[in-house]
Write a protein that binds this ligand. Structure first.
Ligand code: ADP
Ligand code: ADP
Length: 220
């Protein structure tokens, strides 16, 4: 069962930069896949095209039964500084017109799932970097998306916080059963998290290798 298919996509920006060239990929529903490669190889561009935030210049992105529900976690938590953790988390539900009480109940549940029970009323400036990232993840999963895209989400965090977040993300994935596409330039992180590592080459936007990582039932 395939949830996403990239059919020979290329992206050339208005300034002439060829960021992605003839990339073809097919992702199994419920899998955890990493996109690994050096800075500038086109990882974010691929993720943005999967999300529909940017259109390929040629080729097609085919989404199967994602019902428009794709969650996106950016490297910067991008929280509204004057809103509480709970209000930041309800945002996608507010935009979708979900009634306020239901939105607040679901947001509290999402915060609980990322380990932030008791922090509903905290403002972003009262939270550590790792906690702000947890709010970002809660906001991305509160709509129960079929696909969760993460663009170097932990790159700015210290090693220990990063390791904890890796484990908690794996647990969340096992619990929620979304398809995860995780962009990173950390070899460790990609191998630790994923069932499949897609390596992009320094030559922009080219597939370099597609590696199956053996499943480990004990993990997470
Ligand atoms: P296009 O309009 O060519 O399809 P997108 O809409 O996908 O491009 O992205 C445009 C956005 O990317 C703009 O907000 C722009 O500020 C930003 N941007 C421009 N140059 C770069 C760059 N070199 N790296 C990352 N982002 C860039
Ligand atoms: P990565 O995520 O692997 O670091 P990106 O997808 O951000 O790589 O960028 C791939 C290439 O495309 C880089 O050379 C970058 O400078 C360029 N680029 C990204 N966005 C834009 C844009 N909106 N306009 C022009 N060039 C861009």
């Amino acid at each position: 069962d395939r949830v996403l298919e990239l059919r020979n996509i290329s992206k050339r920006f208005g300034n002439g930069t060829l960021a992605v060239e003839n990339l073809g990929l097919s992702l199994a529903r419920g899998s955890f896949v990493s996109l690994l490669g050096p800075s500038g190889c086109g990882k974010s561009t691929v993720l943005r095209m999967i999300a529909g935030l940017s259109e390929p210049t040629s080729g097609d992105v085919v989404r199967q039964g994602t019902k428009g529900a794709i969650g996106f976690v950016f490297q910067e938590p991008t929280l509204m500084p004057w809103e509480t953790a709970l209000s930041n988390t309800t945002l996608p539900l507010d935009l979708a017109g979900v009634p306020r009480d239901e939105a607040r109940r679901r947001a509290a549940e999402a915060l609980d799932k990322v380990g932030l029970k008791g922090f509903e009323d905290a403002l972003p400036r009262e939270l550590s970097g790792g906690m702000k990232m947890r709010v970002s993840i809660a906001r991305a999963i509160v709509t129960r998306p079929q696909v969760l895209l993460l663009d170097e989400p932990f790159a700015a965090l210290d090693e220990i916080t990063r390791f904890k977040l890796n484990n908690d993300l794996l647990r969340l994935w096992q619990d929620q059963r979304f398809t995860a596409v995780f962009v990173t330039h950390s070899v460790f992180e990609s191998v630790y998290l994923s069932q499949r590592v897609i390596v992009m080459a320094a030559r922009p936007g080219r597939l370099h290798a597609d590696l199956a990582i053996s499943p480990d039932a004990e993990r997470g």
